[in-house]
Design a protein around this ligand. Structure first.
Ligand SMILES: C[S@@+](CC[C@H](N)C(=O)[O-])C[C@H]1O[C@@H](n2cnc3c(N)ncnc32)[C@H](O)[C@@H]1O
Ligand code: SF4
Length: 354
């Protein structure tokens, strides 16, 4: 079984916190998608992907919704024989650039999960983050996704910015309550200050308030969302994002498109980061070899952050003793050869303790 990530590197504007590869599209769509198609065909061959074996597809960005659907039609045509019957296929979109027509057409090609970058419902916080959409656009796009018959809808939010005091978080929760019937999944990301972003140039954009993070997460749970990773919440277990789960489980995945990353066994594959270089040579991959130590550390970080947990057999004798101690202290739970974290907010500390 395979998992496929496709990166669409174009955005209408640059948000102040964002370090993802996102460029102005200018007139690059034709050349980019021609390169992407070559890349895709090469990777399907390289990974020896069999018919019906791609279990999850994730089209991420950037802002995939600013690209006309005819480009995706060609991508789905190439992929069709390889997609599994119960495929989960997600596309990231922005509320201001996603029309009902676009949603309907993508649904027809086989897309069955849609993810909207809302980030906030508050006009001032949206402006502070550098977003170009309004609260109304979020409500409208969610209605449209339901009209287009999407049954699996995610919303992204960002919190722990300097604007997130208790009042702001209560405002976000109030709006989430309103739109809860329209969504099945929520990703609530704690703001991270990434190098080379506008937020990295000045200090004090982040709140760093653990008690408010706890307050927000507890309230999300009370709203009826089930937390299955530090930033990810599903209405129930059927809506857990299978694509992300595969990353956290350490499964192999293929990455196509500018600055995409793939992973197989102990190797990570990187495409180039410059648009013109990618268009000229889309099949090129820089290979990173990962040591057993790297892989084990990653297993610890990803496992403690999510319901995936840590396999006992991955731990050395000292680590097993530490894990047993944490079970006694009720910080970890042990079941059938795995240790599970009982508080995802402590995940990084736990991983470092090992
Ligand atoms: C790759 S972005 C693309 C999604 C889409 N273009 C959008 O902006 O709505 C996916 C999500 O990552 C989150 N994200 C990006 N940068 C972040 C940061 N520095 N800190 C926290 N979350 C971030 C945002 O919630 C965003 O919606
Ligand atoms: S957050 Fe989304 S819209 Fe904003 S710059 Fe990043 S990828 Fe583009």
């Amino acid at each position: 079984m395979y998992h496929l990530y496709i990166h669409i590197p174009f955005c209408e504007s640059k948000c102040y916190y964002c370090s993802f590869t996102s460029l102005k599209k200018k007139n690059y769509e034709d050349s980019y998608f021609n390169a992407l198609k070559k890349d895709l065909k090469f990777q399907l061959d390289f990974f020896k992907v069999k018919k019906n074996s791609i279990k999850t597809l994730f089209i991420g960005g950037g802002t995939p919704s600013i690209i006309q659907t005819r480009y995706y039609e060609e991508i789905f045509k190439i992929l069709e024989p390889f997609l599994s019957k119960n495929l989960e296929s997600t596309c990231e979109t922005n509320p201001n650039s996603t029309s009902l027509e676009w949603l309907k057409e993508m649904k027809n090609f086989g897309l069955n999960r849609i993810s909207f970058g809302a980030q906030s419902f508050h006009p001032k916080k949206l402006k502070f983050l550098g977003r170009i959409h309004s609260q109304d656009m979020i409500f409208k796009v969610l209605e449209n996704a339901n009209k287009a018959n999407f049954k699996n809808i995610n919303l992204d939010l960002i919190y722990d910015t300097k604007m997130d005091d208790k009042k702001m978080l209560e405002f976000e929760l109030l709006n989430l309550k309103k739109i809860k019937p329209l969504i099945t999944h929520l990703s609530a990301y704690n703001l991270s200050i990434e190098p080379k972003t506008i937020f990295a140039k000045k200090e004090h954009f982040k709140k760093n308030a653990p008690y408010l993070m706890k307050f927000f997460i507890n309230n999300l749970k009370e709203l009826g969302f089930f937390q299955y990773e530090i930033s990810n919440f599903a209405k129930n277990k059927t809506y857990i994002c299978k694509h992300n789960l595969a990353y956290w489980q350490g499964k192999a995945y293929i990455g196509c498109g500018l600055s995409a990353i793939g992973f197989l066994k102990n190797q990570r594959f990187y495409t180039v980061k410059n648009l013109k270089d990618y268009i000229a040579n889309p099949t090129f991959r820089k290979i990173e070899n990962l040591s057993l130590k790297d892989l084990n550390l990653e297993h610890l970080f990803l496992g403690f952050r999510s319901i995936v947990g840590i396999k006992e057999s991955h731990l050395n004798t000292l680590q097993k003793k530490k894990a047993a101690l944490l079970v006694k202290e009720k910080k970890l739970h042990y079941k059938k050869g795995r240790f599970y974290n009982l508080n995802f907010l402590l995940s990084d500390e736990l991983a470092l303790y090992f």
